[in-house]
Design a binder for this molecule. Structure first.
Ligand code: ZN
Length: 180
């Protein structure tokens, strides 16, 4: 007893599986792309503009310092009464900085992006020893000052379990290869 309404004389394409689609970029990949664009924009805004082939580790260091103005981590200065306190009882005028962990992860992403865009590993400014030294200084300084993420009510603070004294901005929790 065939029901004529169920014959398959229409919509024949509907039985084919959909063509495979590329997976959406991972959080790491999209962050890397954003970072790369930000850095490219930064170089373009220099006077005179710096081309990627002329970019060296000094530009990278300047870029890292430039990013501090957008930081969310309170890093107490030596003269501050809260210096060394993980949880100060009151406000102070010490500057907000980029947390060491954020900068470290950022450099890892940019280092990878540089080589993906045709840069050679030998001349990779993000892999330069000067960057490593700078990051270590920032890390030590923030550990002593007990830099803690500036609290905002919208997000919970994430603590790095291995190193509870070390501040991390909460958007960067991705492990990257160590800059050795
Ligand atoms: Zn302070």
């Amino acid at each position: 007893m065939n029901n004529p309404k169920e014959t398959t004389d229409h919509g024949s394409a509907s039985h084919h599986p959909p063509p495979p689609q590329p997976p959406p970029p991972s959080r790491y990949e999209s962050q890397k792309r954003r970072d790369w664009n930000t850095f490219g924009q930064y170089l373009k805004n220099q006077r005179p503009p710096v081309s990627l082939s002329h970019c060296n580790c000094n530009h990278v260091l300047e870029f890292l310092r430039y990013l501090d103005q957008f930081g969310k981590t309170k890093v107490h200065l030596h003269g501050c009464v809260f210096f060394g306190q993980p949880d100060p009882p009151g406000p102070c005028t010490c500057p907000l900085r980029q947390a060491w962990g954020s900068l470290d992860a950022l450099i890892g992403r940019l280092r990878a992006a540089y080589e993906e865009h045709g840069g050679s590993p030998e001349s990779n400014p993000f892999g330069n020893g000067a960057i490593r030294v700078y990051l270590r200084e920032v890390k030590d300084c923030q550990a002593k000052a007990r830099g803690i993420p500036y609290k905002k009510k919208k997000k919970k603070r994430k603590i790095n379990n291995h190193n509870p004294n070390m501040a991390q901005d909460d958007q960067v929790m991705i492990k990257i290869p160590k800059l050795e």
